[in-house]
Design a binder for this molecule. Structure first.
Ligand code: HEC
Length: 129
């Protein structure tokens, strides 16, 4: 009898820890961070606005929360930013001139697939919450 109760309790705890929308969000966060690490994004980018790069400079690329804030609600953001991630950006048309120390993003198509890049961009755009 006692043992049965313990089993029920452990199922209840597992359901509480493993379920719900918060858990799904946490899982997605973890997967997307892992993808960003694996793809080399964090060599240049940070997530938080006040992150510092080497020697106290701004990071090479803009913080992802700033990207989320700037492009929030723009209908073509996912598409254009995925293209920027895959193909790189132009140093002659800098979008983050005073907010990043790098002059351009190199193409990341060698490190990430277009499908994964789109997933990552979609997640980045939701970071402004
Ligand atoms: C070698 C450094 C570097 C790496 C690696 C890098 N980025 Fe960037 N990224 C930059 C720089 C620099 C900019 C700012 C370009 C500009 O000012 O126009 C940028 C801009 C961006 C932007 C905004 C583009 C725009 O037009 O505003 C997104 C989104 C982005 N990066 C995502 C990523 C993702 C996702 C990865 C990993 C797959 C990644 N970056 C890897 C340096 C990098």
């Amino acid at each position: 009898m006692k043992r049965k109760y313990a089993i029920h309790l452990s199922i209840l705890i597992a359901a509480l820890i493993g379920g719900g929308p918060a858990a799904a969000d946490a899982k997605r966060d973890e997967a997307m961070r892992g993808l960003a690490i694996k793809s080399g994004c964090f060599i240049c980018h940070a997530i938080e606005l006040d992150a510092k790069g080497p020697e106290g400079l701004k990071p090479v690329g803009p913080p992802w929360k700033a990207i989320a804030a700037r492009y929030k609600g723009q209908p073509h953001a996912v598409k254009t930013l995925t293209a920027a991630v895959m193909g790189g950006t132009s140093p002659y048309n800098r979008h983050w001139q005073d907010e990043a120390s790098g002059v351009a993003m190199p193409p990341n198509g060698v490190a990430i697939s277009a499908g994964d890049a789109k997933k990552l961009v979609d997640w980045i755009l939701g970071l402004d919450k």
